[in-house]
Write a protein that binds this ligand. Structure first.
Ligand SMILES: Nc1ncnc2c1ncn2[C@@H]1O[C@H](COP(=O)(O)OP(=O)(O)O)[C@@H](O)[C@H]1O
Ligand SMILES: [Mg+2]
Length: 269
């Protein structure tokens, strides 16, 4: 395995009864890379994320993550909170924030659960948690600033725009001090100008924080402009990989997309 690899996935197969969600998948991510996984609906993209984060346990294969200390750890068999503690953060395809809380509170819970106080510790202000709480407050403000939500710190997250909710989810992911951030359709439901803003933010996370980015995204224009390299999944298998230019001109990829929408590959949607 190369020295600067952050994820290494070897021959991973994941089955649910008769359904094969991931079929002998091998891929890797270099540290600092913005990598994307694309493919039609049902291709196995979210299953891959769930396998990388300890939510699903593939029956076959090896997933290695190299954390901040450079020590490789094996992901299969680890609980999601252990994987998160090792430096893997994610956002979800469907928003999972606490809509009755403010922007600030949502990010702070991320910061405190990472410090080991849990969501309850974040609410119950016992003496033990107070010093940690001040640190979390400062970190929360810093993160809100970074994602461009500082002015909306006290807004209830339910009343944020789609674009701002996506920013909030990125801030929550960053609150755990990750080495890599997995983004499942981070621009879903947003308008073109919000998409552009999110693309710039994602690039800034990598450039300024040094966090590697692994991205699932349907918007071809966005993914082709953001990703340095891509893997294409179809029916659970990797059918292509390479730079955006290589993937775009790959006949297998064009064929896989013809069924759904040929224009998708042209970045018209
Ligand atoms: N928990 C699960 N139980 C049963 N089948 C699942 C489960 N998760 C995913 N699958 C199946 O795996 C396949 C890939 O799904 P998914 O990973 O969500 O695809 P994508 O994110 O690319 O749209 C689908 O056939 C889906 O029904
Ligand atoms: Mg999905």
């Amino acid at each position: 395995m190369s020295d600067d690899r952050i994820f290494d996935v070897q021959n991973v197969t994941l089955r649910f009864g008769g359904v094969v969600s991931l079929n002998d998948v091998s891929l890797h991510q270099d540290r600092g890379e913005i990598l994307a996984v694309i493919g039609p609906n049902g291709a196995g993209k979210t299953s891959l994320f769930n396998s990388l984060t300890g939510v699903y346990q593939p029956q076959e294969g090896v997933i290695t993550f190299v954390g901040r200390d450079g020590k490789p750890i094996s992901i299969i068999g680890k609980k999601p909170h252990k994987v998160s503690g090792a430096g893997v953060a994610r956002t979800f395809q469907a928003s999972r924030m606490f809509s009755a809380l403010t922007t600030f509170e949502n990010v702070k819970i991320g910061a405190e659960s990472h410090r080991g106080f849990g969501a309850v510790g974040a609410m119950v202000k016992g003496p033990v948690t107070r010093r940690g709480e001040r640190a979390s407050d400062a970190k929360t403000v810093e993160l809100l600033d970074f994602v461009g939500l500082r002015a909306k710190a006290n807004t209830l997250s339910a009343s944020l725009s789609y674009g701002d909710r996506r920013r909030l989810e990125i801030a929550r992911g960053l609150a755990t001090n990750p080495q890599v951030l997995l983004l499942d359709e981070p621009a879903a439901g947003t308008n073109p100008s919000e998409k552009l803003g999110l693309a710039n933010l994602i690039r800034k996370v990598r450039d300024d924080m040094g966090v590697s980015i692994l991205l699932i995204e349907h918007d071809m224009k966005l993914v082709m402009s953001l990703a340095e390299r891509l893997y294409v999944l179809n029916f659970g298998s990797v059918i292509a990989q390479g730079t955006p230019a290589e993937v775009r001109s790959n006949p297998d990829v064009i064929e896989a997309y013809l069924g759904s929408s040929a224009e998708e590959m042209e970045g018209q949607t």
